[in-house]
Structures are given as structure tokens and as C-alpha cells.
Ligand binder design. Structure first.
Ligand SMILES: Nc1ncnc2c1ncn2[C@@H]1O[C@H](COP(=O)(O)OP(=O)(O)OP(=O)(O)O)[C@@H](O)[C@H]1O
Ligand SMILES: [Mg+2]
Length: 260
């Protein structure tokens, strides 16, 4: 097996004396898609945020793209962290676009300011990324004029413009109207097919079943169970996994009935 793109070992984190992550071990191989599921407050976002240095864990180690990020609870120096961060794209539930910049400028600002890419080169790349996410016609639009699904696709294009080696998605479709979820999942599916290494936190079980190589179930700051989608969804070994899946499926069923 090749060296993992993401290697998390013994990761532990507390917030004001409360243990949030307990000795997390997780490896993500190149081109693998790992989907993390689990109840609210189980530590999914915190784990993801630790992977690009947005949160600092005080125990354990993280290596990303074959570079250390955290070593025995110590973060690497800021300069090295900033460099590593450019290789780790992150997409949030709430899009976080710059409201005062056009779609094109949202996508070019990172490469221009952080990578020193020329305006022309950054715009050429941005336009091809906007085409890839189905938004060629929106380059000059302002974010406020876009739908949620369009905003999230701009956010994905913006992350990709930095040419990341790894993409982290934190509930990228949770803030979207149900009819806009599919267009964002489709872009993520394409990325997965192209071989991007991804960790995706989501409640979209259909996406997890179809796209994930590994599904990781978290509860109370621990990994309860991890396995191939079929194993987790059809034959979970842990009672906690079963009860969580039941709760999600009955909630989705209710949502479908309400929408009908
Ligand atoms: N900045 C913070 N300060 C204190 N506690 C925090 C902070 N961020 C998260 N927590 C706590 O850590 C725990 C894990 O939170 P986290 O956001 O990682 O969970 P999650 O699994 O992503 O939940 P959700 O599904 O609701 O997004 C929660 O109990 C939360 O209250
Ligand atoms: Mg979260």
C-alpha cells in the first residue's frame, strides 16, 4: 500500500477541559474518498479542522501530503503551516465566499495573493474551473445573485484553484434547499472520479454509499467503526452505528414525506 495522503495517529483534543476527540487514528490513501458520518457534536468538524490547522490538537500526530502538520501535539511553525494549507482545500457548509468580489475574483484571489500567479493565468484557470462546476456564465456575477447550490460550486472552484492535493468537505450540502443538493454532490462525485483525495463529512447517505471508499462513523469524539459502505450500511458491527443510521433514515423518510 502507498504512503497515506492523510495520516492521523492518536489525535486528542479538548476544549476548555472537555475531551472532544479521543485518540483518533485515520489513514486516507491517495485518491481515496473517506466519508465521515455521526451525530451532531461527535467531533466531525473538529477532526476536519485539525487536518488543516484551523484547530490545534494537543495530542497525537497528523501528516498530510507526506508532510508533518502536527507532531506529538506540537504544530509545525507558521510558515510551514501556511505552505501546507495551500495543499489542503476546504469547503464549508456556509460557502464563505467574499461578498464584495465577483465570482471570478473569488476564484482568482487565492492563487494571485498566495501563490503569486499572474492575473491572466489565474483567470484562465478560474474560467476552466468555473466551466467544470457548470458556472461558465456566472464569472462576472456577484455572490449575492447566486443560488446556494451555485455559491457552493463557486466555493469548490475557489478551493480547486489553489491546486490542492487533498480536499476536505464539511457538510457542503447541509445549508442547501433539497433540490440544489444534487448539483453539488455531482461536482464532488466528478472530483472523486478524477482521483482527488477527499474527506467528506455529510448526512447524504446515498452519496456515502455510492462514492465512499471508506465510511467512518464517529460518536462522542471517537471512531466507532470504519469500513466499506456496504459493510457499514448493511452489516454494521456496532450497535451505535445501527441506531445512528436508523435515526438518519427515519429523519430522511420524514423529510421526504413532508416534501411530497
Ligand atoms: N470552539 C469551540 N469551543 C468549545 N467547544 C467546542 C468548540 N468547537 C466545538 N466544540 C464542541 O466540540 C464538540 C464537537 O463539535 P463538532 O463541531 O466537531 O461536532 P460535529 O460532529 O461537527 O457536529 P455537527 O454535526 O453538529 O456539525 C461539541 O460538543 C462542540 O460543542
Ligand atoms: Mg460539524
Amino acid at each position: 500500500m502507498s504512503t497515506p495522503m492523510i495520516n492521523i495517529a492518536g489525535l486528542g483534543k479538548s476544549f476548555s477541559g472537555h475531551r472532544i476527540l479521543h485518540s483518533i487514528d485515520l489513514q486516507v490513501q491517495p485518491s481515496q474518498v473517506v466519508v465521515i458520518i455521526g451525530p451532531s457534536g461527535s467531533g466531525k468538524s473538529t477532526l476536519l479542522r485539525c487536518c488543516n490547522g484551523l484547530e490545534v490538537a494537543e495530542e497525537g500526530s497528523i501528516a498530510i501530503c507526506h508532510q508533518d502538520l502536527l507532531v506529538d501535539g506540537k504544530m509545525i511553525p507558521d510558515a510551514a503551516l501556511n505552505h501546507l494549507r495551500t495543499q489542503v482545500g476546504m469547503v464549508f457548509q456556509s460557502f464563505n465566499l467574499f461578498p464584495h468580489l465577483s465570482v471570478l475574483d473569488n476564484v482568482t484571489v487565492g492563487p494571485r495573493k498566495i501563490l503569486g500567479t499572474s492575473k491572466e493565468a489565474a483567470e484562465t484557470t478560474a474560467r476552466s474551473l468555473l466551466a467544470k462546476v457548470g458556472l461558465s456564465t456566472k464569472a462576472e456575477a456577484m455572490p449575492a445573485t447566486l443560488s446556494g447550490g451555485q455559491k457552493q460550486r463557486v466555493a469548490i472552484a475557489r478551493a480547486l484553484a489553489m491546486q490542492p492535493k487533498v480536499m476536505l468537505f464539511d457538510e457542503p450540502t447541509s445549508a442547501l434547499d433539497p433540490e440544489l443538493v444534487g448539483e453539488v454532490l455531482q461536482v464532488m462525485k466528478t472530483l472523486a472520479t478524477e482521483g482527488m483525495t477527499m474527506i467528506v463529512v455529510t448526512h447524504e447517505m446515498g452519496f456515502a454509499r455510492e462514492v465512499a471508499d471508506v465510511v467512518v462513523v464517529m460518536d462522542q469524539g471517537r471512531i466507532v467503526e470504519a469500513g466499506k459502505p456496504d459493510q457499514i450500511f448493511v452489516n454494521p458491527t456496532q450497535e451505535r452505528t445501527r441506531s445512528f443510521l436508523q435515526a438518519v433514515l427515519s429523519r430522511n423518510g420524514t423529510a421526504t414525506q413532508q416534501a411530497a
